[in-house]
Design a protein around this ligand. Structure first.
Ligand SMILES: [Cu+2]
Length: 320
C-alpha cells in the first residue's frame, strides 16, 4: 500500500517533469532544433529564424504570389512610367474562385502596397472591390523599373490567417535604378520632421518609436489613420520581404496620445537593410516619411539625407 502510493507519486512527478520539458521545447525553438535528428531537413526560413532566436515558423510575407491556398492574380503586370493607369487584380482561392469575403484590418478589407525594387517609390493604396471580386485602383508610378505589389488581407473563411501575397509589376520607360538611401534616424516630409528611435532586431520583436515635429514643435494632434495614429510598413532591401508591424495602442483606448510619439512593434526576419515607411495624418493630409534601417546595428547618430519618398504616397485611388 505504502509502496504503491510512492510509485504513483513518482510517476506523477515524472509526468510533471516530462510535461515541463515538453512545454519548454514548444516555446523555444533552439530546444526543438537540438532534439531533431541531424538528418532531418529544416525549412530554410525556419533555420534562419531559429538562429536568431525567433519562434515563428512562417517565412516573411510578400515573397510569394501564392500561399496558404490563396493566389494574387495580377491582371495588370505592366504599366507605363509617368502615366496614370488602372491596376487590376483578383485574389483567388485554391479552386480558382475569386475571394469576396474579407476580415477588415486597420479599417480596410485589403491594403495594397506598391514599392519600387530600389525602395525609392512607395504607394499605400486601398483598391475598390467590384461585385465579381476584381480589385482595382488607379496608380501613377513616376519612374520606370521593377516594382513589387503587395496585397495584405485576411480572408473571412474558417482557419484563414492574415496573408501578404506579392507579385511583380513593371513600369516601362528609361530605367535608372537608385541606391538605397543611407541609414538615417530622421526623415523630412512637407515641413514635418520625423525622428526614429529604437532598432530592428533580427528574430526578436522590438519597439520602434517615431516622433513627429513641425518647425521644431511636437505635433500633438495627429489624426487617426487606418485605426491608428500611424501606419508603418517595413520592406527588406534585396528581396522586398514584407514585415508585419503592429502599432502600440490605438486612438480612444484611454492611454494612446495623438502624438508626438507613435510606437510600433516590429520583428526583422534577418539582419540586413530595411526601408521603413511611416504614414501619418495631420491637418487632413496623409504623408509618408521613409527611413533606411540596419537590423542588428545601433542606429547612427548623424542626421542623414532627407527620408522623403519620391512623390506623395497617397495621391489618388484611395479615400481616407
Ligand atoms: Cu492600407
Amino acid at each position: 500500500m505504502k509502496t504503491g502510493l510512492r510509485i504513483t507519486a513518482f510517476a506523477a512527478a515524472l509526468a510533471g517533469a516530462f510535461g515541463t520539458a515538453y512545454g519548454v521545447g514548444q516555446t523555444f525553438d533552439p530546444v526543438v532544433a537540438e532534439r531533431r535528428p541531424a538528418h532531418e531537413e529544416r525549412h530554410p526560413s525556419e533555420a534562419a529564424e531559429s538562429e536568431h532566436g525567433g519562434t515563428a515558423a512562417h517565412p516573411p510575407g510578400g515573397l510569394q504570389i501564392s500561399e496558404g491556398g490563396y493566389t494574387l492574380d495580377l491582371d495588370t503586370p505592366a504599366v507605363t512610367a509617368g502615366e496614370r493607369a488602372e491596376l487590376r487584380f483578383t485574389v483567388r482561392d485554391a479552386d480558382g474562385r475569386s475571394v469576396d469575403e474579407y476580415r477588415r484590418e486597420h479599417d480596410k478589407e485589403l491594403h495594397l502596397i506598391v514599392a519600387s525594387r530600389d525602395l525609392v517609390t512607395y504607394r499605400h493604396l486601398h483598391p475598390e472591390r467590384a461585385p465579381d471580386g476584381t480589385w482595382s485602383t488607379p496608380v501613377d508610378l513616376p519612374r520606370a523599373g521593377g516594382y513589387r505589389v503587395f496585397a495584405d488581407f485576411t480572408p473571412d473563411r474558417p482557419g484563414a490567417e492574415n496573408l501578404t501575397l506579392g507579385a511583380d509589376l513593371a513600369a516601362s520607360g528609361p530605367y535608372s535604378p537608385r541606391e538605397l538611401p543611407p541609414p538615417s534616424t530622421t526623415a523630412r516630409v512637407d515641413g514635418y520632421d520625423v525622428k526614429l528611435t529604437g532598432t530592428l532586431t533580427p528574430g526578436r520583436a522590438s519597439e520602434l518609436r517615431l516622433t513627429v515635429t513641425r518647425d521644431g514643435d511636437p505635433v500633438t494632434d495627429l489624426q487617426p489613420y487606418l485605426g491608428a495614429y500611424g501606419h508603418l510598413v517595413a520592406l527588406r532591401a534585396g528581396d522586398l520581404a514584407y514585415l508585419h508591424v503592429h502599432p502600440e495602442g490605438e486612438p480612444g483606448d484611454g492611454t494612446t496620445r495623438p502624438g508626438p510619439h507613435v510606437s510600433f512593434t516590429a520583428t526583422a526576419p534577418s539582419s540586413g537593410s530595411y526601408r521603413l515607411f511611416l504614414d501619418f495624418k495631420h491637418d487632413g493630409v496623409v504623408r509618408t516619411a521613409a527611413f533606411t534601417v540596419e537590423a542588428g546595428k545601433a542606429a547612427p547618430e548623424e542626421p542623414a539625407s532627407p527620408g522623403r519618398t519620391e512623390s506623395p504616397g497617397h495621391s489618388g485611388g484611395h479615400g481616407h
